[in-house]
Design a protein. Structure first.
Length: 611
């Protein structure tokens, strides 16, 4: 049985039993049973499943590991965390993360005016709110209003001009003034595709010179006592622990120097985000080289050592690791609509009484290939194919000859792979491309896994049933957008094999795991495919589950309305075009218009008879 690396990326949250992927919680329901139940209620297209218990699992884990490190090293500061809303602002997620984080005082981080409003409305009482990103007068004023509402809010300064605006708003709105944090632009950088978010040339933060200038400005404005936090960030997905240690030493020393310079209320250091999520499906190619326990221990140990060496108090430690909290809670399940196969059989040959010599030679190669001559004959077959294509272009052979050649080369290739075993590995990898099955899935890559399209980010992909059968097809995944980039190609370094299925007699579902971070909010409406139908799966005390908060994918009218089309105008135009059509009989026009309205009330994903 192939387990698709579930022991590498699954965190024991999902298991394989009875040939199905099951939720390793409560009564351990299978994903395929959950999906079928949702589909039986009339919901078509892809389904995004949310599992709140996995949000709770990650929150518990991060607080447990840091608090354990505090106890082990006798650390005098406190630990807290905030969830960065930019990672996932969807209400069914935000409500859960706030609810499940309440026992810890887990807060929210906002990076825009709209996100501040979400935080003001939903954040737990007394839980922290941090505000990052570039700010204008209105955004800073919102922070002051939040403070007046009683929120524990900290404005993180990205540039000196923002501090000038805070001073100006403080004069106008007065007390209470929000807490003020300063983001440091460290020389230390992370690794990987998000490393540019750190370092001296990063987009955000203050240089050493600007930090000193900010301190002087705070003193002059009598706001120095509001300065309580410093912040840094070296990458969204820190796969290597070494750059973090270097950044911690730099940040810790800056913290101590600022304390000695008069920042008496500076008592917290915010690590930003970056705890890596394991997306790899192969133990040999894991995305991170540390465990959360090591991460927490390194942070606490280094901060304690620097504080002792510099003679300052140990700072409270904050983290904004939203990917770590959100990624694993969401699973996208999409049905396979169709298989586009390059799988030919000998019965499909349409040989002539008199075939071109090259076709006859290919027939002979197929019949006489054995384990001793497999490599030689394979090379001959490829050469014959190229020669015949040239003859076709010149008009010396016809389309039937070309078809027979394609089928024969395919059959020879299959025989070569089966005979050669571990030999000719390079050739096998190359030829594997010609034998791939194309699986057309009812979803949009641009909408549901945009990081794959934009960044080459891999997500764990696997079928959710038939796992007691061996998958035999090397698979390309196609989405239903009319874009050639809407494809997850077969990669021999990260291979995906799926099952040979008869879609006329059975359904087949493929799941994309760990899509709860960034993918939803970054998803683009290419071809106007919007957010898929979503459902929350909650477990009760007895271990049973309930499907709740189903939100159907937008219908066509709502999609067009969101694109700023005048829906009334569209309806009038359609009605007039049907009324004026000479191709529709008068008695049928009303029926056609009614049918059109039915389609307008459906969503944009495809509907098939069998599903």
């Amino acid at each position: 049985m192939i387990n698709y690396g579930i022991d590498v990326w699954g965190q024991e949250s999902f298991i394989i039993e009875d040939g199905c992927v099951k939720v390793n919680y409560g009564n351990k329901p299978s994903l395929v049973d959950i999906v079928r139940e949702i589909r039986e209620n009339g919901h078509k297209g892809p389904v995004l499943l949310r599992f709140p218990h996995l949000i709770e699992k990650q929150i518990d884990l991060i607080y447990d590991k840091f608090n354990s490190a505090f106890n082990e090293f006798g650390y005098q500061g406190k630990f807290n965390a905030v969830f960065p809303l930019k990672v996932n602002q969807f209400p069914n997620f935000v409500r859960q993360v706030v609810k499940l984080g309440k026992p810890y005082g887990y807060g929210l981080e906002a990076g825009s005016k709209a996100e501040i409003i979400i935080a003001m409305a939903y954040n737990n009482d007394n839980a922290p709110i941090t505000v990052n990103g570039f700010k204008d007068m209105e955004m800073i004023s919102l922070c002051f209003i939040a403070a007046k509402m009683g929120h524990n809010i900290t404005i993180t300064i990205e540039g000196i001009n923002e501090l000038e605006l805070i001073i100006e708003v403080a004069k106008r709105l007065g007390d209470p003034v929000p807490n003020i944090g300063l983001r440091m632009r460290l020389h230390s950088v992370g690794m990987g595709m998000w490393a540019k978010s750190g370092g001296i040339n990063s987009k955000f933060g203050l240089t050493s010179t600007e930090l000193i200038e900010a301190m002087d400005m705070l003193k002059s404005a009598s706001l120095l006592e509001k300065f309580n936090m410093i912040h840094f960030h070296i990458g969204s997905q820190m796969g290597d622990i070494a750059p973090l240690k270097k950044a911690l030493r730099e940040a810790g020393n800056i913290y101590a120097e600022l304390k000695k310079s008069g920042a008496v209320n500076l008592n917290a250091i915010n690590l930003g985000g970056g705890i890596a999520v394991e997306y790899s499906q192969q133990a040999k190619k894991m995305d991170r080289n540390y465990k959360l326990e090591e991460f927490a221990n390194d942070v606490v140990y280094l901060m304690k050592g620097i504080a002792a060496a510099k003679g300052v108090n140990e700072p409270d430690i904050y983290t904004e690791s939203g990917r770590f909290i959100a990624a694993s809670h969401a699973v996208l399940v999409a049905p396979v609509l169709e298989l586009f196969s390059n799988e030919y059989e000998s019965k499909e040959l349409r040989l002539k009484p008199q075939n071109p010599p090259l076709v006859e030679e290919l027939l002979d190669l197929l019949e006489s290939m054995n384990d001793k001559n497999a490599g030689e004959y394979m090379h001959d077959a490829i050469d014959h194919m190229e020669s015949l294509l040239t003859l076709f272009d010149l008009g010396y052979v016809d389309l039937q000859d070309r078809s027979n050649t394609e089928i024969l080369l395919h059959l020879i290739t299959k025989k070569f792979i089966s005979l050669s075993g571990g030999s000719y590995l390079k050739e096998i990898k190359t030829l594997q491309d010609t034998l791939q099955e194309k699986y057309l899935l009812n979803f949009s890559i641009f909408q549901s896994v945009p990081d794959h399209w934009g960044l080459g980010q891999n997500f764990p992909i696997m079928p959710i049933h038939k796992l007691d059968e061996k998958p035999t097809r090397s698979a390309n995944i196609w989405d239903i957008t009319c874009d050639s980039d809407g494809e997850i190609t077969f990669n021999i370094k990260n291979p995906l094999f799926l099952h040979d299925v008869d879609l006329q007699s059975e359904d087949y579902f493929v799941a994309f795991f760990k899509v709860g971070a960034y993918q939803e909010v970054l998803g683009m409406q290419h071809n106007l495919f919007t957010h898929p139908t979503e459902a929350t799966v909650e477990f009760d005390e007895s271990g049973g589950y309930e499907i709740k908060d189903i939100i159907q994918a937008q219908n066509l009218i709502d999609i067009l309305d969101d694109m700023d089309y005048d829906i009334k105008e569209i309806e009038i135009r359609l009605r007039h075009k049907i009324a004026d059509s000479r191709l529709i009989s008068e008695e049928k026009k009303k029926e056609i218009m009614g049918e059109l309205y039915v389609y307008l009330s459906e969503n944009n994903y495809l509907r098939t008879v069998q599903f």
